[in-house]
Design a protein around this ligand. Sequence first.
Ligand SMILES: C[S@@+](CC[C@H](N)C(=O)[O-])C[C@H]1O[C@@H](n2cnc3c(N)ncnc32)[C@H](O)[C@@H]1O
Ligand SMILES: Nc1nc2[nH]cc(C(=O)O)c2c(=O)[nH]1
Ligand code: SF4
Ligand SMILES: [Mg+2]
Length: 199
Amino acid sequence: MVETFHSLQGEGIHGGRSAFFIRLAGCNVACSWCDTKHSWPSEAHPQRPAEHLAAEAQSAAQAGAAFVVITGGEPLHHNLDCLCTSLKPVGLPIHLETSGVDQLSGCFDWICLSPKRHRPPSQALLTACNELKVVVHEAADLEFAVAMAAAANRGKNKPVLMLQPGADSKAGSSIAINYVMAHPAWRLSLQTHKWLGVR
Ligand SMILES: C[S@@+](CC[C@H](N)C(=O)[O-])C[C@H]1O[C@@H](n2cnc3c(N)ncnc32)[C@H](O)[C@@H]1O
Ligand SMILES: Nc1nc2[nH]cc(C(=O)O)c2c(=O)[nH]1
Ligand code: SF4
Ligand SMILES: [Mg+2]
């Protein structure tokens, strides 16, 4: 466990909504621009009982959280069945943020897949996701986003399509804005928590 916190969902289609975050440790995907590198070494972080996390989620629900977000690190490096089972009695929808490099485990009401060019996701995750959120730093990321959308759209679930400029990337912002303006199937996702200076 890296941290838990109650904040606003800063990204994606659920952006601006009250959410309780559970950030799991461990990631070997190694994105050069990752904004959560401190989460990578799982041995640097303690284990915590799932029931304690559920109790925290319950308190957050009482304080107004509309859903739980399981993120990381790469949460699917772990089997999430037990955590989701523990969270279920809380009664909040459970969302997942994932790069999709591992097998799906757990039970989710919303899956946000953020695929990475250097470690493409499995077709199973592309098919299962509700939201596709591709980080854009350069033109090649846009080509990748379009290819990922085509692969995801082969499934029954048609995910919401989002482009998220890399943090502080002027080029990424301008590429994403121009593309969304010309392609109305896509929406822009800004990391609003960074602008607001909240977690
Ligand atoms: C820190 S990751 C954790 C979840 C999972 N490992 C993943 O990548 O989806 C959470 C989200 O932040 C995005 N992200 C990470 N670093 C970023 C950055 N520098 N700029 C924009 N988005 C970033 C990821 O693509 C992902 O959508
Ligand atoms: N406020 C806020 N919203 C977020 N949405 C996804 C996040 C993540 O790191 O996965 C995140 C985060 O770290 N903070
Ligand atoms: S997959 Fe997610 S947590 Fe892992 S390095 Fe990439 S952005 Fe960071
Ligand atoms: Mg974050």
